[in-house]
Ligand binder design. Structure first.
Ligand SMILES: C[S@@+](CC[C@H](N)C(=O)[O-])C[C@H]1O[C@@H](n2cnc3c(N)ncnc32)[C@H](O)[C@@H]1O
Length: 275
């Protein structure tokens, strides 16, 4: 579907608005800014620290694909992991580097700029304990190329943790009815246009569990789960206020959690490398 899209368009898009860059109103690059970005990210996406289990990787080697502005990168490094972080967008990478400096964690992180579809051309091939990629692989024109590259860095027992967008999700339904008048045959185009905070991400794929299994071929999947329904009013959220949309306000918490676990936007995959 996106074969015609060049990686240049993807890079331009993420340079124009690095992921989560507006998560804080404080001056960009300051400690306060990064603290607030982190607090907001893990407040609205509390499944991330559970999925990653940052402290488990103390003293281990972690390869992160698509680090963005480095929120999870810093969390791994702070917990004592040796991190290699790769990012396509110069703007995002520059902020991630600044962030490492601000927290005095530069010695724990090696940063590389480049297209992970060609990872082994610029990152030395060596085995890692964890290969991690959160919300990245569905934004690259050829996800299977990243997966092939990842295999070169995996040994038997390497843990691979990946989040890709979930096709059968509340978010897809919300996009369909908020912007597409229910025209389900246009859904792929609608998702591409409306999936991110800034419209028109050049590439956004979504995955069913079956498709995710196909993506992970060559690895042994040990866990697959679904999380994340965003319940807040966007008009308030962009002003850093967290008011729930009326229909989520009245939903019992336990029912909301069930909805998230079945129809969340984030498909969380854990796998291990094979011999
Ligand atoms: C939605 S953001 C997620 C960033 C980060 N993982 C996070 O959770 O905050 C997607 C990121 O993937 C990066 N990206 C997309 N395609 C890539 C590729 N082929 N190689 C490296 N990075 C890529 C983008 O530049 C962008 O920073």
């Amino acid at each position: 579907m996106f074969m015609q899209d060049t990686i240049e368009k993807v890079k331009e898009y993420w340079n124009s608005r690095p992921c989560n860059i507006k998560h804080s109103p404080s001056p960009i690059g300051t400690k306060q800014y990064f603290d607030e970005v982190e607090a907001r990210k893990y407040f609205v996406e509390p499944h991330i620290p559970i999925f990653t289990d940052f402290s488990r990787w103390r003293g281990k080697k972690v390869l992160e694909i698509g680090c963005g502005i480095g929120t999870d990168t810093i969390s791994f490094a702070r917990e004592g992991a040796e991190v290699t972080a790769v990012e396509l967008s110069e703007k995002s990478l520059a902020l991630a580097k600044t962030r490492a400096k601000v927290y005095n964690l530069e010695s724990k992180i090696k940063f590389y700029l480049g297209n992970a579809e060609q990872l082994s051309k610029f990152v030395p091939v060596e085995p890692y304990d964890l290969i991690y990629s959160f919300g990245v692989i569905h934004h690259t024109p050829n996800p299977e190329k990243i997966m092939e590259e990842i295999k070169k860095y995996a040994k038997a027992g390497t843990v691979v943790k990946i989040m890709v967008y979930h096709k059968y999700s509340f978010k897809v339904l919300w996009i369909l009815f908020s912007f597409g008048k229910g025209a389900f045959w246009k859904i792929n185009g609608l998702v591409v246009r409306y999936s991110e905070a800034k419209e028109h991400s050049p590439v956004t794929y979504t995955y069913s569990k079956k498709e995710a299994k196909e993506l992970m071929k060559g690895f042994k999947i040990t866990d697959m789960s679904v999380e994340h329904i965003f319940p807040y009013k966007i008009s308030d959220y962009i002003k850093y206020k967290y008011t729930k949309v009326w229909y989520f306000r009245f939903l019992p918490k336990s029912f909301f959690r069930q909805l998230e676990r079945h129809f969340g936007w984030h498909l969380l995959i854990t796998a291990v490398g094979r011999e």
